[in-house]
Design a protein around this ligand. Structure first.
Ligand code: FES
Ligand code: FES
Length: 197
């Protein structure tokens, strides 16, 4: 059915005078608003970056606001680190930067040139799994596996940091990594196993 519009003469007069008024905004005022807009909404800027991930160098261009997690997953197809909350609350995105654990969802890609990033993909030595990966398999340290890459990266760091003196200490230093499947007992056991070696 054809839609009928019923614009009044008053509507046309109002609209045309409003549009006409826009043409008379002084250039200075327009420029001011343009400046404010640019300040509030930063322009997308592509930054050339050279990053080293799992000992491989990548020369890329990334938006200045790109997080390391998005760079890994969306641009480099390294999807091991998971996006759980994207707000620094779940630990699913944990990677190592220069050997220290870091949340890649809270790290800008522009912050990592000159540093070595290790993701779960870089933990094994060729076909030989990292001892922590083996321990997770042996001790049932996972169920669905979604949190597992982040858990393993944190677990490796936890052992390296020496925070394995008791179950309570392990739990405290692994508390930034959440597991919705509740595989915590197996995770703690895996860490104890590796720490005892
Ligand atoms: S995705 Fe980074 S902490 Fe949750
Ligand atoms: S194994 Fe499923 S969320 Fe941890």
């Amino acid at each position: 059915m054809k839609q009928e519009y019923n614009f009044s003469r008053r509507f046309f007069l109002k609209t045309s005078s409003a549009l006409g008024a826009l043409a008379f905004i002084p250039k200075g005022v327009k420029a001011f608003y343009e400046e404010v807009k640019n300040f509030i909404v930063p322009k997308k800027e592509q930054l050339p970056l050279t990053v080293s991930i799992n000992k491989k160098s990548y020369a890329i261009k990334a938006d200045t606001r790109t997080t390391l997690l998005d760079l890994l997953r969306e641009d480099l197809n390294l999807t091991g680190a998971k996006k759980g909350c994207d707000h620094g609350q779940c630990g699913a995105c944990t990677v190592h930067i220069d050997g220290e654990r870091a949340l890649s969802c809270l790290t800008l890609a522009a912050m990592v040139p000159g540093k070595e990033v290790t993701t779960i993909e870089g933990l094994a030595n060729g076909d030989k799994l990292h001892p922590m990966q083996e321990a997770f398999i042996e001790c049932d340290g996972f169920q669905c596996g979604y949190c597992t890459p982040g858990q393993i990266m944190s677990a490796v760091a936890c052992v390296k940091e020496g925070h394995t003196k008791s179950v309570a200490e392990i739990k405290e230093f692994m508390s930034g990594n959440l597991c919705r499947c509740g595989a915590y007992n197996g995770i703690v056991e895996s860490i104890q196993k590796v720490a005892a070696k």
